[in-house]
Design a protein around this ligand. Sequence first.
Ligand code: HEC
Ligand code: HEC
Length: 227
Amino acid sequence: MNRSVRRSLPLFLFVSVTAAPFVLAQAGTPPAGNPLALKAGPPNAARGAKLAAASCQGCHGPGGRSTQSGVPGLAGQVPSYLKLQLPAFRAKLRPSPVMQQVAGKLSDQDIVDLSAYYSAQKVGAAWPVTNAALRAKGEKLFNSGDAARNIIACAVCHGGNGRGLDAHGIASVTNLAPKYAGTVLYEFRDTPSFGGLTHPEAMRIALKPMTNADMNAVIAYISSMQK
Ligand code: HEC
Ligand code: HEC
């Protein structure tokens, strides 16, 4: 499965939701056929901690603070984002052979508990950046954009501290692992049939006017945002 499948997911969801409005109207009943809907009890972060230690920390690091550049940290990630990405891997709607296999073994309750645990952890340390000028350029783009080139400030959505917005499913990007950040940002910009999981066009619109130099600058900045 290629990345365009992940990016075209919302269209599929939109169609299934509009086709069954009466299902949505029943409180507590997830819309039929929606693979991202979770049915679980209240979140249990202590249980999530045990699951994380047993199944996730080998790759995502203790407490979800990643030390591998290609693996995103999960510490301090917004819960709504985690609760969308894990079912998306499980339903094979978001690619990644590794994560599809891992998520395939998780119950709805596991996902809710893991999300509660990771979102409450302190965000991982800043990654080292050697090029201070590149980082400074990225900081400016992140906070102010570049109106003359139609680049919107990333901070408008992700917040000045990069910590995202749980109510709107906007991911935290603070101290994001740089190699992973590079992969995901180039994909957002360059995948033709783009559609993010929550806001299909948001990231493509944000990145479309950006050059590779701009992209590399924001990656240098977000990966080392919070010292
Ligand atoms: C064998 C290594 C490995 C294990 C074990 C693993 N992950 Fe992952 N995980 C990855 C990699 C690599 C990615 C990046 C996938 C991509 O390219 O999109 C990832 C991505 C994710 C993402 C998406 C994060 C984002 O910023 O979009 C979540 C959420 C996640 N993993 C949760 C978990 C949880 C919860 C567990 C344990 C139940 C777990 N992972 C176990 C390697 C692993
Ligand atoms: C209009 C709102 C908006 C703007 C502006 C925006 N983003 Fe995003 N961003 C989002 C949303 C929504 C997501 C989650 C997408 C998804 O569900 O796949 C996201 C996801 C991301 C991710 C993936 C996080 C992960 O863990 O996989 C990165 C990295 C990111 N944005 C960086 C940026 C940068 C850098 C900028 C500025 C150049 C920017 N964003 C501008 C809304 C926005």
